[in-house]
Design a protein around this ligand. Structure first.
Ligand code: FAD
Length: 575
């Protein structure tokens, strides 16, 4: 990755390497209008939009550093996982899942500009319209599908579709890969054989298979929100400041406990500092970070905060309602030799022609939204499928994808069924009043039998896919090598799949819900439908933590939509 980073930085036309944030060692102001905490997906959107008003001063704090430029190369999408750019969270031991790993599953989360999207597959999808209509039914006025659609379109510059549901003038480029790999065509053929049709993953009721649209530009460079919303303005907007390597440790709450007027943070020289906000603080620190900061500041469940000596500002259900898509996987092998190696030639080919092994996301070019046998005939999809493999060897990090061995052997792939409408709910709880002690993350995976059933259905389908004529022509064979704990069951029977999902569980990196949005009448709500923290002035939350129920899709597009709406609310409040 270092070689790729150096080369890519030498080409400013290719990538934003010449407009990267330069770290400022000193902070010279004590007060601004708006403080945005977290430079992941949502933070750059909020900061970028607020700074459109030249009269407002805006500071964005990000705990981690700038993105290394090489992360934007499609095939290196997950290369920062398990590095210093990853918070590397782990769950508490689970009773019903992750059993092959002592009940503990890993949670990669980005600690750098671009946040977790910097580690992501860049897939663009929005989820079923009923998810948003459900938010509206629960009292979130202004959040039904017809209300949120304009905010999806506002951010989108779709280069494949110019229809009424897509935007074509927003800052985020969205398109299918220009070079579709033969394996992606084969997977689509396999899906057709099983009777599935092709869809646009952003339809209001997405169902079927698709060559996924990505947040990628025509130069085959992945685009995250700092690139789209911040970097173009860093030079021209002196009132917008992006401060990397600044970890916010708590909110500054007024003596009457009814308003927030700034933040305390630790800078890269380990100095504790304060910045005051004349107007608002907006938390965009993600499902873990935003909940953690609220609880450290006394906004959270009183019964958890008091024993830790944290004075209670507001007793709100922060950290509850944690939702997480959950997955398992079926491995298979193709009778095809691995030709997608991570070499200097591959880097050269990418730099000169934007082609070759580095230019694509491999098997992740294909995805699917499907109804399992647990879903009703008109229900939203409850299964999403991903395909791992056909990426340069070792471009993915070890802990997530199970080891890395440079090889020219036969290609190995995974089909990954994901339960995207899990019923189980978990918690994030404060473990200490010390801001550097991580909170306790309990996703409570597969607490209901229905959640496991959905994955069992997904594994059966994965097995059927591998046995289609299309994949058999490539000599596909399912990996039956012994799987710890499940060998006592006959392969491909329901007891075997049931064992696999509970032992070889994987969190699917899509988290939500720890600062739930809901009206004042909802005792579990943390923010109101304008994203203001209930009963606390000057404080909003805008990121995946506010989703009352998780969209049944990849969450980056819904997070951007939330951030666009947040900016609109704030502009309306202070105009
Ligand atoms: C491997 C992987 C693949 C994925 N693939 C896809 C995909 O293809 N498509 C898709 O739509 N989604 C994907 N996702 C999910 C997606 O990346 C997340 O849902 C999304 O990034 C959440 O956005 P956010 O703004 O809520 O949080 P984040 O992106 O996590 O941003 C939070 C930011 O806040 C910072 N922060 C936290 N605490 C503090 C603090 N105290 N002070 C200062 N800064 C702080 C963090 O460092 C981080 O930069 C993937 C995730 C992973 C891990």
């Amino acid at each position: 990755m270092i070689a790729a980073d150096i080369l890519i930085r030498s080409d400013c036309a290719l990538i934003d390497s010449c407009r990267r944030v330069v770290e400022q060692p000193h902070d010279d102001v004590d007060e601004v209008d708006f403080i945005v905490v977290g430079g992941g997906v949502a933070g750059p959107v909020v900061a970028g939009r607020l700074s459109e008003n030249p009269n407002w001063t805006v500071t964005l704090f990000e705990s981690g550093p700038e993105q290394p430029a090489a992360i934007d190369i499609p095939a290196l999408l997950s290369s920062a996982i398990a590095t210093k750019y990853d918070w590397q969270y782990i769950t508490t031991p689970q009773k019903h899942a992750c059993l092959a790993y002592g009940g503990v599953c890993g949670w990669p989360r980005g600690r750098l500009l671009g946040g977790t999207a910097s580690l992501s597959g860049s897939m663009y999808s929005r989820g079923h319209r009923d998810v948003y209509d459900g938010w509206l039914r629960d009292g979130n006025v202004g959040w039904g599908y017809d209300d949120v659609l304009p905010f999806f379109k506002m951010s989108e510059n779709n280069r494949d579709y110019n229809t009424e549901i897509h935007g074509t003038r927003g800052p985020m480029p969205v398109q299918k890969p220009t070079e579709i790999l033969p394996i992606a065509r084969t997977l689509m053929e396999a899906a057709r054989e099983l009777g599935y049709s092709e869809m646009d993953m952003s339809e209001p009721d997405p169902m079927g298979f698709s060559i996924a649209q990505l947040m990628i530009n025509s130069a085959k460079v992945r685009v995250t929100t700092p690139t789209a919303y911040l970097r173009p303005h860093l030079r021209s907007r002196g009132h917008l400041r992006v401060k990397t390597n600044r970890h916010v440790t708590r909110l500054l709450v007024a003596a009457d406990r009814r308003s927030v007027h700034g933040v305390e943070y630790v800078d890269s020289a380990n100095r504790t500092r304060r910045l005051m906000a004349r107007k608002e603080v907006i938390l965009c620190a993600g499902v873990i970070g935003s909940a953690h900061l609220l609880m450290l500041s006394g906004i959270g469940p009183a019964e958890d905060l008091r024993p830790l000596g944290v004075p209670v500002v507001q007793d709100l259900r922060v950290g509850h309602n944690l939702q997480h898509h959950v997955a398992s996987r079926l491995g298979f092998q193709l009778n095809v030799t691995h030709d997608r190696m991570l070499t200097y030639e591959a880097i050269g080919q990418y730099m000169k022609q934007r082609s070759g092994p580095l230019s694509t996301t491999g098997g992740l070019q294909v995805s699917a939204f499907l109804r399992s046998d647990r879903a009703g005939p008109t229900d939203p999809a409850d299964v999403q499928l991903f395909f791992d493999g056909f990426s340069p060897n070792c471009a993915y990090a070890q802990p997530v994808y199970g080891g890395c061995k440079a090889t020219t052997d036969l290609v190995r792939m995974n089909v990954r069924p994901v339960n995207v409408r899990p019923r189980s709910r978990g918690t994030i709880r404060l473990a200490s009043a010390d801001p550097f002690v991580r909170p306790r993350i309990d996703p409570n995976y597969l607490a209901t039998e229905e959640d496991a059933d959905v994955l069992v259905w997904g594994l059966r389908l994965a097995n059927d896919l591998v046995h289609t004529k299309a994949l058999q022509q490539l000599g596909a064979t399912v990996d039956r090598s012994p799987v710890d704990h499940c060998n006592k069951h006959t392969f491909a029977t329901d007891p075997y799949w049931r064992c696999l999902v509970r032992y070889h569980t994987r969190g699917e990196n899509h988290h939500a819900g720890t600062c739930k949005m809901g009206p004042a009448s909802d005792p579990t709500a943390v923010v109101d439908p304008e994203l203001r923290v209930h009963r606390v002035r000057g404080l909003r939350v805008a990121d995946a933590s506010v989703f009352p129920t998780q969209p049944n899709c990849n969450p980056i597009a819904p997070v951007i939509m939330v951030a666009e709406k947040a900016a609109k609310f704030i502009k309306n409040t202070w105009r």
